[in-house]
Design a protein around this ligand. Structure first.
Ligand SMILES: Nc1nc2c(ncn2[C@@H]2O[C@H](COP(=O)(O)OP(=O)(O)OP(=O)(O)O)[C@@H](O)[C@H]2O)c(=O)[nH]1
Length: 317
């Protein structure tokens, strides 16, 4: 199988400096002789920044807006990149895109075969962050979005430092500290100047746990990834019971915050895609039949032993 394409997602509110960072990365990849692919999700039906990317492989998802999902568009755009020779892919969401939607698509088994999410990079305009909080005070939707753009980050770039006073900075950082998990690094900068080794660090860990028919794990990985959010993929071809699946996912709640995958069900034939978030399981039948059923567990410090137990419980052992 061909190598997976590394993917970086850049998100952040309107005008926070996403394109500035994207151009910085692009220049580096080109210097390295790499061929980057770019997916831009612009608001409105024309991308005014098109001229910045002349000669690049750019696919635009236009018309992104806060109330519409971009997932279907993103999937068909990713499909265009499957098998195409790009060395790295950068996705820039609109200023009002929900970055978790992008992450969600990248972490489905179908796309994980071809792409490997490296890092969700979020930009925050330090000079406007507090102003936006009060400005959008009455809009629950936008407040939620501002928060999500921060909480979804593997790396938070606090940009436009040139425009903020020390006093204001303290307030901004204290607000961010309330929202961010402790291990997420915050890099203060202006004009998106982040050293490349920080910008490009692989912060999303992905590993596969193989569990054989008798539930015994093979090739244990006893490393603990304390500072990373990781996704663990488990191939799981046996049919599962939906009640048991939900119950067992809830049991993992200390480590696993999110799960998704494709499974067979014991009650009916066919393949089902499942989404598990906020302790709720949702299943949807899919038409495709050529997919290997698998379960993806996303969280912190996911313990292989617990994953084995989880699989045993799904098998009714
Ligand atoms: N003063 C100052 N201006 C900045 C900084 N970073 C970016 N800018 C400017 O802010 C404007 C917006 O930057 P972009 O990189 O286009 O921001 P964006 O997040 O891509 O914007 P949207 O795509 O509209 O959401 C541009 O005019 C940048 O030159 C900074 O650190 N300080």
């Amino acid at each position: 199988m061909s190598k997976k394409v590394p993917v970086y997602v850049i998100s952040g509110f309107l005008g926070s400096g996403k394109t500035t960072v994207l151009l910085h990365m692009l220049e580096h990849f080109k210097d390295e002789g790499l061929k980057p692919g770019i997916i831009l999700n612009e608001l409105g039906d024309e991308n005014v920044e098109n001229h910045l990317f002349q000669g690049e492989r750019v696919v635009e998802l236009l018309n992104g807006c806060i109330c519409c999902t971009i997932q279907d568009d993103l999937k068909s755009t990713l499909d265009q990149y499957v098998g195409e020779k790009v060395d790295v892919l950068i996705i820039e969401g609109t200023g009002v895109a929900n970055p978790l939607e992008i992450k969600d698509v990248l972490l489905t088994p179908l796309y994980m075969e071809h792409f490997e999410l490296q890092s969700m990079i979020s930009l925050v305009d330090a000079s406007h962050y507090l102003e936006y909080q009060s400005f959008f005070n009455s809009s629950k939707e936008i407040r939620g979005l501002l928060k999500e753009q921060v909480t979804s980050a593997h790396l938070l770039v606090l940009n436009k430092m040139d425009l903020v006073s020390e006093k204001e900075l303290i307030k901004v950082e204290s607000k961010l500290a309330d929202e961010l998990e402790d291990h997420v690094p915050v890099y203060r900068t202006s004009y998106g100047e982040v050293p490349l080794e920080i910008l490009l660090e692989k912060r999303m860990q992905m590993r596969e746990v193989r569990v054989d028919q008798h539930g015994k794990g093979a090739g244990h990985d006893h490393h603990h990834h304390h500072h990373h959010i990781e996704a663990v993929k488990v191939a799981f071809s046996e049919p599962v019971n939906r009640v048991v699946l939900e119950k067992q996912l809830k049991k993992l709640s200390k480590q696993v915050v999110r799960s998704k995958g494709i499974v067979r069900l014991d009650e009916t034939p066919g393949l089902y895609e499942f989404q598990y978030a906020a302790s709720t399981l949702v299943l949807n039948k899919i038409e495709k039949t050529d997919v290997e059923p698998s379960i993806i567990l996303i969280g912190k410090e996911i313990d292989d032993k617990k994953v084995e137990k989880f699989c045993e419980a799904l098998r009714g052992e």
